[in-house]
Design a protein around this ligand. Structure first.
Ligand code: SF4
Length: 284
């Protein structure tokens, strides 16, 4: 994988992003938990086209900055009872999988996972994939934990702003019964193994997509009078308005957040390269 800097990240940041990104090591295993939980298409594409993949340094920046939280937690090595950055291995369905816990509180059997993210990410609770990650770690850990915790360190926190009120949040995650986790992991292995034979498309959900919208605009206004989910809905809205002669419709493309900013396989993915929501396919 090559890392490009077409957006002109300052040189030192660019070099640091390259160094930190190359440090990731999942150990001797078939799958890391992160890979297993992610959609199968990116992993399959990365395996087939590894030399052709180009990732923009700017898109890696926040995950690299997020890893500084992990570097901070490594200081816990000096405190008995805590194991930071501990990687566990296990075999399931004939495959070796590994997963790294950010912190394992040995005395209380608590697994903690830290995310450096926007506070909005937690507004509907802990994301499904993070719940799966914690439960996967629990499956791999030598002692089953009775408490799993996702901790958000909020990058949008400011003492000068009312929201979020704190710079972090702690969210407890219900441990799954071990049979449920086993079933989940076996199904993820099946999905990924099948993708090695026949690469599937990512679903809209896997792509973190939002649909197209039609904005009803009034001449001279910057904000839309209405955001409709279809062209027909927008036309229907206009037809009922007295000021219809001043209204017009603007199509707003939906987004695929994962494809656009978070998928390392995006540069070799035809599904994304041909998508009208890809900014490169839109008229400027
Ligand atoms: S770019 Fe999007 S569609 Fe393609 S593999 Fe990545 S997430 Fe899936």
């Amino acid at each position: 994988m090559q890392i490009a800097n077409t957006t002109g990240l300052p040189e030192c940041l660019f070099e640091a992003v390259k160094i930190v990104s190359s440090r990731y090591d999942k150990g001797e295993c078939d799958y890391s938990l992160t890979e297993l939980i992610a959609p199968p298409r990116p992993r399959a594409l990365k395996r087939f086209y590894s030399d052709r993949i180009v990732v923009e340094a700017e898109d890696l920046l926040y995950s690299v900055i997020g890893s500084s939280v992990h570097a901070l937690l490594e200081a816990l090595n000096e405190r008995p009872g805590y194991k930071p950055e501990v990687r566990w291995f296990g075999e399931i369905g004939g495959k070796v999988i590994s997963g790294q816990a950010d912190v394992y509180d040995e005395r209380n059997h608590i697994i903690k996972d830290y995310k450096f993210t926007s506070s909005k990410t937690y507004q509907d609770g802990v994301k499904d994939e993070w719940v799966a990650q914690l439960n996967g770690l629990n499956y791999l850990s030598p002692t089953q934990s009775n408490k799993l915790v996702s901790i958000g360190v909020f990058r949008d926190y400011s003492k000068l702003k009312p929201v979020p009120a704190k710079g972090w949040g702690e969210y407890e995650v219900e441990p799954w019964p071990i049979e449920k986790t086993e079933e989940f992991l076996l199904e993820r292995i099946r999905v990924h193994e099948a993708a090695a034979e026949d690469i599937p498309e990512c679903t809209e959900e896997e792509r973190w997509s939002t649909p197209d919208q039609w904005a009803v605009m009034k001449k001279g206004n910057v904000r839309a009078s209405k955001l409709a989910d279809s062209e027909e809905e927008a036309a229907d809205y206009i037809s009922k308005r007295k000021d219809k002669k001043q209204l017009y419709v603007e199509k707003r493309h939906g987004t695929c957040m994962r494809c656009q900013h978070y998928c390392e396989a995006a540069s070799v993915c035809s599904q994304w390269q041909n998508d009208p929501r890809n900014p490169n396919n839109q008229e400027q």
